[in-house]
Design a protein around this ligand. Structure first.
Ligand SMILES: NC(=O)c1ccc[n+]([C@@H]2O[C@H](COP(=O)([O-])OP(=O)(O)OC[C@H]3O[C@@H](n4cnc5c(N)ncnc54)[C@H](OP(=O)(O)O)[C@@H]3O)[C@@H](O)[C@H]2O)c1
Length: 302
């Protein structure tokens, strides 16, 4: 039986890597609706196949859902794809977010916008705090930053949650790529000059649930709105990440550390995009586990 007393959360990008963990984590406390581009087979949620760049489709979905809160994760997330097709990146990441923001305003819906460590240049030698000035190196980071800015300008009582290096059971990710490639080759070259914090989508989903309680279910406090950084704790390079994956999976493959100049890619990446989670920790009195612990749990439980 549907519990009408529960508040309804709309997850955009519900079929994506984060969305697939977010639904099950939040459904214990909230009613869940989702929108995404593809029609998922037998979704257990109240699901709308809808393109966020199409205001008519989105308005029709909002009319039916009337959400209490929207968690906006739908995005063009292919970093090199964004560089090759900036018009598409702008349409989905900026215009799509603008459409979400307009409807949240119209329907009085609270908003959490999921953003990225790639809004930073990676020049800083310590972790980025929420007060550091973003300076994205690529189209993906620029469009995500512009979307952040429009959210904060139009709906200042929103949250921006920046996260990093996601892996999870619901999507193509670095962990799966390393495991798959290791079965095909004897030696893998992996870049060792980009450092960040790999983050399990399940850890992020649980953290978002904590943040919703701390900010939107607590007495109203304007000081709680704005930007949060949320990633699994501790950090590594992609090479160190790959080594840990193959060690934990007991895979016999030679991993070779290389410089990113060996891999010519469309988009530049920050060299060091570690996020300082202290605002999140203070608001929720909660600390995320290390990326190694999160990886162990992903490899055993998904
Ligand atoms: N992945 C990372 O490492 C990472 C790191 C930091 C921050 N983030 C942010 O975290 C959020 C979730 O990332 P993720 O890795 O879960 O992304 P994802 O797996 O790519 O999921 C995004 C979902 O949005 C959908 N989508 C794309 N364009 C859409 C549109 N026009 N209308 C409706 N739905 C659309 C995608 O559908 P299709 O697959 O059919 O296109 C996909 O199902 C994103 O906002 C991303 O920017 C990700």
């Amino acid at each position: 039986m549907v519990d009408e007393a529960k508040k309804r959360i709309l997850i955009t990008g519900i079929n994506g890597m984060l969305g697939q963990d977010l639904g099950p984590v939040l459904e214990t406390q909230f009613l869940i609706s989702g929108i995404d581009l593809q029609n998922p087979e037998g979704s257990k949620y109240d699901y709308f196949c809808c393109d966020i760049t199409n205001i008519n489709e989105l308005t029709a979905a909002f009319e039916k859902i009337n959400p209490w809160l929207t968690i906006h994760g739908a995005a063009f997330t292919d970093v090199d794809g964004c560089e090759n097709n900036p018009e598409k990146a702008e349409a989905i990441n900026i215009k799509g977010t603008n459409n979400i923001v307009s409807l949240c305003k119209q329907y009085g819906t609270k908003l959490i916008y999921i953003s990225t460590d790639y809004v930073f240049s990676g020049e800083k030698s310590s972790a980025y705090t929420i007060d550091d000035t973003p300076a994205p190196l690529n189209v993906y980071g620029r469009t995500k930053l512009e979307a952040e800015q429009l959210v904060l300008r139009e709906l200042p009582e929103s949250l921006i949650v920046r996260t990093s290096w996601l892996f999870g059971k619901g999507g193509k990710n670095f962990v799966k790529t390393i495991i798959d490639k290791s079965s095909q080759v004897d030696t893998l070259k992996v870049v060792n000059d980009q450092r960040g914090s790999p983050t399990h989508t399940l850890s992020l989903s649980l953290a978002l649930k904590e943040l919703i309680s701390a900010v939107f279910l607590a007495p109203v406090n304007a000081e709680n709105y704005g930007v949060y950084h949320v990633s699994n704790s501790e950090n590594c390079t992609w090479y160190e990440f790959a080594k840990k994956i193959t060690d934990l999976c007991d895979i016999d493959v030679n991993i070779v550390a290389v410089d990113s100049t060996e891999f010519v890619r469309q988009a530049l990446r920050p060299k060091r995009s570690i996020l300082d989670n202290s605002r999140y920790e203070k608001a929720t009195k909660n600390k995320l586990c290390s990326w190694v612990q999160a990886l162990q749990s992903y490899l055993t439980q998904g």
